[in-house]
Write a protein that binds this ligand. Structure first.
Ligand code: GDP
Length: 412
């Protein structure tokens, strides 16, 4: 492991022997990825008897309260590890140690290697079959002996833990209702800091509390050429009207008496302002058929992702939490931001199907099969034959492929 000496230089030095075993989580990608991987790492630590420590990154302490009273899960500020070195080429990653024969798999399937003070587990979406061996039973029997483990991931890998026969019995005892795994963990672990809680409560009291019904719409655009903003605005309108989530407008009538007992609040979260403008204007320019009072709100439009900028991340976290107060959610295909909102809310959202080639998808949206997030890049890997492919969505009844990301898997 690379440790910093007192001058701040890095040198290769083993960590001191540990009585406890530790897992150190390190951050990667956006806030949604952070929250999903923190939850996954926490559950994995519970299953394997590790103390979990958290690399505070740029602004984690500004976003969250500590989950455990009178204790911290943050690594000390003088923790002697340079987290920059953890990436796919790191030669102390489990995958690379297998690749270069420092750890080997015998024909019996048993994994052998020298005693190591430390192992790095690389699990970002570009990980390969060697890295994916992490999920196999013999590899877990080997890894459990490592006193220190550093993990970098960007995916919600809990569904794959259920496919491991060492973990499945305990997991099934902990979570008899499988689709609620992230719902429980997110509510248990992720508490907004006072700053974020202030933003949440002020916005809620000012704009959302008066709604008899609350609809949250989260729109994430990954590629503006494939998914132009105007098209996605039409798509969100098509989806919400078709599914009866918003009332149809009365194009032929200038006035419909307002029904003040039927107030619908729409909360839109997006980096772009076009979507709330379109929906707000639609209900301003025309009455709706039932006379519902529809009020449309969007807390911010940051235009581009600025992960690591504290003020930006505070808004993102506050918006995720505000979305979780909705009665009904519409989220975007493959967005971890939306997964957190649906998980905290404990509801199955409608998902906006991702448009390709600038064409309106048909249908515009579809109902998710469960509230639990999707693991986008699970191992399609057969641990016994040491080969791809084994379909991870076909092994047990409650782990199936995701509707939004068909190669991914989720708990249902
Ligand atoms: P994903 O990329 O959609 O899976 O979600 P992530 O949360 O991992 O990364 C996207 C990042 O872009 C967020 O963490 C925010 O920093 C920013 N972002 C995306 N959508 C929104 C939004 O609706 N509101 C705000 N405030 N930020 C957003």
């Amino acid at each position: 492991m690379l440790l910093k000496n007192s001058e701040g230089d890095s040198s290769v030095t083993p960590l001191p022997p540990a009585e406890c075993k530790y897992l150190v989580w390190t951050s990667y990608n956006g806030l949604g990825n952070h929250i999903l991987t923190l939850a996954s790492a926490f559950l994995y630590s519970l299953l394997t008897g590790r103390v979990m420590l958290v690399d505070r990154g740029k602004d984690l302490t500004a976003l969250f309260c500590e989950p455990f009273p009178d204790a911290t899960w943050l690594v000390p500020t003088n923790f002697p590890v340079d987290f920059q070195v953890f990436e796919s080429k790191n030669n102390q990653s489990y995958g690379n140690m297998l690749r270069y024969g420092k750890i080997s798999i015998a024909s019996s399937g048993v994994v052998t290697g020298p005693p190591l003070p430390f192992i790095y587990v690389h699990m970002t979406y570009r990980y390969d079959n060697n890295d994916k061996r992490f999920f196999c039973e013999p590899d877990q029997e080997f890894l459990v002996r490592m006193p220190w483990m550093v993990l970098k991931a960007d995916n919600y890998f809990v569904p794959a833990l259920f496919l491991n026969r060492m973990f499945e019995p305990e997991l099934s005892r902990l979570f008899p209702d499988k689709e609620t795994v992230f719902h429980h963990m997110s509510r248990y672990l992720f508490h907004p800091s006072d700053t974020v809680w202030g933003m949440i409560t002020r916005y809620y009291q000012s704009y959302l509390s008066m709604g008899r019904e609350k609809l949250g719409i989260q729109i994430r655009i990954f590629n503006k050429d494939e998914s132009p903003l105007d098209l996605v605005a039409d798509q969100a309108i098509n989806c919400t009207l078709r599914e009866g989530l918003l009332p149809p407008v009365a194009l032929d009538r200038p006035i419909v008496s307002a029904n003040l007992n039927n107030t619908k609040v729409v909360l839109i979260a997006s980096l772009h302002s076009q979507f709330s403008d379109r929906i707000r204007n639609m209900y301003w320019e025309h009455p709706n058929k039932g006379g519902a009072v529809v009020s449309v709100h969007q807390p911010s439009h940051e235009e581009w992702q600025q992960t690591g900028s504290e003020n930006h991340d505070l808004k993102a976290w506050a918006e995720i939490y505000l979305l979780s107060f909705a009665d009904v959610l519409v989220t975007s295909t493959g967005s971890t931001f939306g997964y957190i909102a649906q998980g905290l809310a404990g509801i199955r959202p409608w998902i906006l199907v991702r448009p390709y080639g600038g064409k309106m998808p048909e249908p515009a949206c579809m109902r998710e099969t469960s509230m639990d997030p999707c693991f986008h890049s699970p191992p399609w890997y057969d641990c016994k034959s040491c080969k791809s492919f084994s379909d991870p969505g076909k092994e047990i009844s409650y782990v199936t492929h995701c509707r939004d990301v068909p190669d991914g898997i989720k708990l249902v």
